[in-house]
Design a protein around this ligand. Sequence first.
Ligand SMILES: [Zn+2]
Ligand SMILES: [Zn+2]
Length: 171
Amino acid sequence: MDINIAPIKNYEGKEIPINCEVNIAGMPGDDFKILEPVKILGVIRNFGGTFELEAKGTAKLQFVCDRCAEEFSSEMNFNISERFKEIERFSDSEDEENQNSDINYLSGDIISLDEYVYSNMVLNVPIKHLCREDCKGLCFKCGTNLNNGSCSCDTREVDPRFDILNSLDID
Ligand SMILES: [Zn+2]
Ligand SMILES: [Zn+2]
């Protein structure tokens, strides 16, 4: 989705509302799949010649659970916050001194929303993926998914904490 900022370019304080869905393919190496177009709601505002994108994104993502290896999907809300400046302004030596790495430089009137949606979304993807808070994971002996039922493996002896408990057992 491309946003043309020409209509607000020469009008400080003016804004362009954004209410759309963007199709984002994701990147190789992502540890999630994007299941649906990402919903975006916000504005791009001309703020003293800088263009500020402030929006909320809602994405439905699919992960593989770190514990039980089952796929699950979850909805994620995230903020999109970016600032843009025209590249011509940046070429003034004065502006070069004030160069700010938070600012994206535009060579035309088009802001390509997708890449900023993607980069802001990735920042918010949790590092840990659990299908649920109390996921029981897999039995390390037989591979049974312990969320679906128990297995008959004796797994007590491998956890040293249980050994200590057993040795303290006065029965
Ligand atoms: Zn799980
Ligand atoms: Zn087992």
